[in-house]
Design a protein around this ligand. Structure first.
Ligand code: Z5A
Length: 222
């Protein structure tokens, strides 16, 4: 496959959707063919599962919930991501496997090693891997403030308590530290334009230099 998969991660209100749109426009201007997509969703079957997963109590056990996110993901990979990569496009995906690790693994399961290992094994089954993951790092209070201002109804995860969201944020930092070759922690508490410059610079570095080798750099905040 000749395309590149770039994922954007972070807690609620971090600015993923805003930045994904701006980044896609900037990359198109540089001559890239970009496909923007999101999870859960990004394909008709996966969008149907999104409604189920984000609605009120679905009644699934924790491992079943993680697996349902992967069922949606595999539909998304097969129907949308792999065809776009095969035609050489840059796929910009709002949330991917790190969301399951952060929300189900570190958030709901509180970092239980058995659940983290279960999610790692599901991840290993996928036949695509991000070349780069941009992790938007914003203080929880600021993310919450932005979402309140926007004024939409909370989904199932947004209704969970502050301690849950703190575990998710810490989970993301753990994931970034464990995979510095792939992950870039982006300081996202600043104005939109400043964050956008950091995002564009990170993708330009990938396009110029290719993916970093394992252990080549620490996941410093940009
Ligand atoms: N989930 C899961 O548990 N497991 C999984 O495997 C997957 C997902 C894939 C998806 O929700 C939920 O599913 C998510 C995790 C779970 N739940 N939570 N929490 P979603 O996709 O509907 O929502 P989200 O991903 O959390 O996105 P969000 O809340 O819409 O936030 P965002 O995309 O990061 O932010 P935004 O929409 O770009 O910006 C929010 C507002 O802030 C908006 O009004 C902007 O204009 C404003 N904004 C953005 N940037 C700035 C800056 N820099 N300054 C000031 N204001 C800003």
């Amino acid at each position: 496959m000749s395309g590149l998969l770039v994922t954007i991660e972070g807690g609620e209100g971090a600015g993923k959707t805003t930045q994904s749109a701006l980044l896609a426009a900037a990359l198109e201007q540089l001559g890239c063919s970009v496909l923007r997509t999101r999870e859960p969703g990004g394909a008709p079957g996966a969008e149907a599962l999104r409604g189920f997963l984000l609605g009120r109590d679905h009644g699934l056990s924790l491992r079943a919930e993680a697996m349902a996110h992967f069922a949606a993901r595999i539909d998304h990979v097969d129907s949308t991501i792999k065809p776009a990569l095969a035609s050489g496009r840059l796929v910009l995906c709002d949330r991917f496997t790190d969301s399951t690790l952060a929300y189900q693994g570190y958030g709901l399961a509180r970092g239980d090693p058995a659940v983290l290992d279960f999610i790692a094994r599901l991840t290993a089954l996928l036949d695509v891997r991000p070349a780069l993951t941009l992790m938007l790092d914003v203080r929880r209070a600021e993310g919450r403030r932005r979402v309140r201002l926007r004024g939409q109804d909370d989904d199932r995860y947004e209704r969970l308590d502050e301690a849950f969201h703190e575990r998710v944020a810490a989970g993301y930092r753990t994931i970034a530290a464990a995979d510095p070759a792939r992950c870039r922690l982006i300081a996202a508490g600043d104005p939109v334009e400043a964050v956008q410059r950091r995002m564009v610079a990170a993708v330009q570095a990938l396009l110029r230099d290719g993916p970093l080798q394992e252990g080549a750099a620490a996941p410093g905040r940009q």
